[in-house]
Design a protein around this ligand. Structure first.
Ligand code: NAD
Ligand code: MG
Length: 390
């Protein structure tokens, strides 16, 4: 029987890679819902190609356009946040969570409540509400499979192992666009310069987050939440080749590394076929040709986001939601030219300090409602911080 699948964030980088895999075996899947944002043409085209039941755009004002693009196909068109959440509630066996930002949390929670296996690319879900997400999966008996290259790598290195035997987890970072820039130059880096990645082809936001290491900061928190490991056992190494995605160190001194070409179809395909392994259309590494793999410790001055992640994990509670929201707004500010590249970390740090000293909010229970409230509050506060700087 065909597996029912839905893809949220279908028009993005991860969404398109997911569709690439699914379109290769059309008879194996029955596509329920696809969601997108502004790219109506692509959304409609993929919905028709895959024979989806429903296509949803997050933008309410684009409904007519989507209807027009789907005319005669028999595919339902819908728009807006409520429609997106309703689509997430449609029964499915496997759901790809690939919306970017905190907006991806709720659709994922709804899919888990319905018992779907959640392929989780949206790392913001674990950063903002890790305990809630994991508890929701436990309560419904649904599985979350990581679709971040590092976390998929850790997951694979842990197959057949016991968590008690794990001493440390090392995630690697390419170092992003500015890895080899002199520190003084970073203050003047432009969004266009930050949005080019040396190894990976990804969405604009995560690519800039790679240059600032806010992406790695989110991933350290993601590691803590998903694998339930002490933050002191998580390390980050700069690895310019992006071939080793993560390593797991065990109590007997063994270090299990996961290597693969930098192609997200590996992590997506692993989550799609789990617990089996199937042939995937990804490049096979030629290690002899590669010759060298380099590793080095990240520079604290260059990457203040990593220090902030440690502080967030120590504070716990809703501070992950504060961190993510402040980061999202600071990134908006950088893309809009309101603040400089290195100011993003200053802005996030100031927002974190202000939100923690307010009392009550960060310690509140991690419920969807509280996450949403503190997210909104933090965004407003972060805007004020940027206003004062600009
Ligand atoms: P992207 O920008 O290419 O695509 C984002 C998708 O989300 C699009 O379909 C867009 O229409 C949709 N979207 C954006 N804002 C929305 C909103 N408010 N409501 C509903 N839909 C919205 O992003 P991406 O690079 O594919 O990343 C998606 C997620 O996967 C992110 O959480 C990212 O951190 C994570 N991730 C990406 C990669 C990668 O290689 N691209 C790797 C690991 C993890
Ligand atoms: Mg990653």
């Amino acid at each position: 029987m065909a597996r029912k699948v839905s893809i949220f964030g279908a028009t993005g980088s991860i969404g398109q890679s997911t569709i690439d895999l699914i379109a290769r075996a059309p008879r194996a899947y029955e596509v329920v819902a696809l969601s997108g944002g502004q790219n109506i043409a692509r959304l409609a085209q993929d919905a028709i190609r895959l024979g989806a039941k429903i296509a949803v755009t997050a933008d309410e004002s684009r409904l007519d356009e989507l209807r027009g693009a789907l005319a005669g196909s028999g595919i339902m068109a819908a728009a807006g946040r409520t429609a997106l959440l309703e689509a997430a509630a449609m029964p499915a066996d496997w759901v790809m969570s690939a919306i970017v930002g905190a907006a991806g949390l709720e659709p994922g929670l709804i899919a888990l409540r319905g018992g779907a296996t959640l392929a989780l690319a949206n790392k913001e879900s674990l950063v903002t509400a890790g305990p809630l997400l994991m508890a929701t999966a436990r309560a419904s008996g649904a599985r979350i499979l990581p679709v971040d290259s590092e976390h998929s790598a850790i997951f694979q290195a842990l197959v057949g192992e016991q968590m008690e035997a794990v001493e440390r987890i090392i995630i690697t970072a390419s170092g992003g666009a500015f890895r080899d820039w002199p520190l003084e130059r970073l203050a003047h880096a432009t969004p266009a310069e930050a949005a080019t990645h040396p190894n990976w082809d990804m969405g604009q936001r995560i690519t800039i987050d790679s240059a600032s290491m806010f992406n790695k900061a989110l991933e350290v928190i993601e590691t803590k939440e998903y694998f339930g490991i002490d933050p002191r056992q998580i390390e980050v190494l700069v690895h310019p080749q992006s071939m080793v995605h993560a390593l797991v160190g065990f109590n007997d001194g063994a270090l299990m590394a996961h290597l693969g070409a930098p192609d997200m179809r590996h992590a997506i395909g692993y989550a799609l076929h789990y617990p089996q392994r199937r042939d995937l259309p990804v490049e096979r590494l030629d290690l002899a040709k590669l010759g060298l793999l380099e590793f080095r410790a990240p520079d604290d001055l260059r990457y203040p986001a990593l220090r902030l992640a440690r502080e967030v994990m120590a504070a716990g509670g809703l501070s992950g939601a504060v961190f993510n929201a402040a980061k999202e707004r600071a990134l908006d500010g950088f893309i809009a030219g309101r603040i400089g590249f290195m100011q993003m970390a200053d802005v996030v740090e100031e927002a974190l300090t202000q939100m923690s000293s307010q009392g009550g909010h960060i310690d509140a229970d991690i419920t969807l409602d509280n996450v949403h409230k503190i997210d909104q509050l933090t965004r407003a506060r972060t805007d004020e911080v940027m206003e004062r700087l600009g």
